[in-house]
Design a protein around this ligand. Sequence first.
Ligand SMILES: Cc1cc2nc3c(=O)[nH]c(=O)nc-3n(C[C@H](O)[C@H](O)[C@H](O)COP(=O)(O)OP(=O)(O)OC[C@H]3O[C@@H](n4cnc5c(N)ncnc54)[C@H](O)[C@@H]3O)c2cc1C
Length: 526
Amino acid sequence: MSIDVVIIGAGHNGLVCACYLAKAGLKVVMVERRAVVGGAAVTEEFHPGFRNSTASYTVSLLNPKVVRDLRLAEHGLRIVERPFSNFLPLSESDSIRIGGGMEATQREVARFSKKDADRLPAYYERLDAVADVLRDLLLETPPNVGGGVRDLFHAWQAAKRLKTLPMKLRREVLDLFTMSAGDWLDRWFESDPIKAAFGFDSVVGNFASPYTPGSAYVLLHHVFGEVNGKKGIWGHAIGGMGAITQAMRKEAESLGVEIRLGSDVDRILVREDGARGVALADGTEIQSRCVVTNANPRLLLKLLPDSAGEWREPFENIQCESATFRMNVALSELPDFTASPGHQAHHSSGIIMAPTLAFMDRAHSSAREAGWSADPIVEMLIPSTVDDSLAPSDRHVASLFCQHFRYALPGGRNWDAERERAADAVIDQVTRFAPNFRGSILGRRILTPLDLEREFGLVGGDIFHGKLGLNQLFSARPVLGYGDYRMPVRNLYLCGSGAHPGGGVTGVPGHNAAREILRDRGRWRG
Ligand SMILES: Cc1cc2nc3c(=O)[nH]c(=O)nc-3n(C[C@H](O)[C@H](O)[C@H](O)COP(=O)(O)OP(=O)(O)OC[C@H]3O[C@@H](n4cnc5c(N)ncnc54)[C@H](O)[C@@H]3O)c2cc1C
């Protein structure tokens, strides 16, 4: 049977795209460099007997339609909620907990400001109303600037939807898409801990100060998800993030998708009538009717060496640097926080070591000068507290996700020489709040921004396949003129996080790209 579609990369978006295409009756072959499917959403053993999500580590943005259509629950996927969202140790003796219901959060916030506690319900309501606007646009194909009548119609529909919003909400949409998270939060709250708890999301995968204009959007991007029907909540996939992509793999294979692992694509085969297959690094050629790439869009510059054109310059300019550092640690015991001693529910929440927005701002300025801050922003999750499949009994695994570690280090320094020192700084940070932490570490796996690029093909170490800035969103993702999943060469499509609506384990770019590919079926089948 001849191949209709070759997909470069078997990240979660590639898998989602493959499933929809195969369901429509197409013969799909996926070619993946790594030895396992899932891209940045995988679970691997990193120390004998200890497994954990390797890169992405927590779930919320995964689209419910994708979960249903791909029958992920039937393939064994189970997502559990955390008892509450976040725990922030603030000092040796004080901390704040967010989540576990409105009343519990209000009680906690009132310890710092009664006024802030009173404003909380309105804050959540407003953020959710704006997130709804975003949720509405997720499954849409952005209108392509300079496109034809269909794009004009799309643009008109999107504008019409915004026009139905009350003016108050329209202003809020504008502010959240353009302002800094810090300025926006200063409007709502007066106490530092609550601003830090909410503002943290604005610097996750975003090399910026919380006071950098545009950072409020990144905060919003992290709240459009849901877990088990509850909006804005983050949860844990039992078995780690690899459980999501293994469930997707099962669905893909049941639909007849062929997945070839250990297959590194060297270039896309371009004939007179467009993309018609791929050539692997070992010289094998695979012919197909159309080609879809799940990889970072900037990699097209390498994959299309002979395709000249005006598209090359804007693709070279795609901003890719989330400045993130990721580490897994195997633990002999749980960290004992001086501000909240003993083993309690906070061990199952997202533990954020960044007590104020000013602290995050300083980490950003230090990283601008020195490559990374010796006083880094660290989030820690300990998934083994809710999932006994990851570590031996009485032992634990923790995911450490750290912000503001630049891909390019100044002064000719390089990550291979600096990896261990940066990891030690991260461990020191946690040990400041939980003194037994350093001594409890049995093993660690470090991923610097350079490792993320080498291991996962994440250009510049960018976790989202491109910055989530206003110049790289919606019709401008990955670049203006190519916002509708169709790439510069005929019969070539983008289905990864570099396309609308961007990064995160959402499955949405894969879903939307498949729809466009099927719309064009007559064209590329020729
Ligand atoms: C450290 C880290 C932490 C994160 N944390 C979270 C989180 O907690 N929650 C969340 O929702 N999101 C998180 N993210 C973001 C999220 O994981 C990504 O946005 C998402 O997984 C990207 O999925 P994708 O399918 O678009 O691309 P990818 O997962 O990047 O998949 C692309 C695939 O293409 C393959 N490939 C590339 N080039 C070639 C080639 N030439 N030939 C063959 N194959 C190729 C790659 O090997 C890869 O498997 C995180 C990401 C990272 C890196």
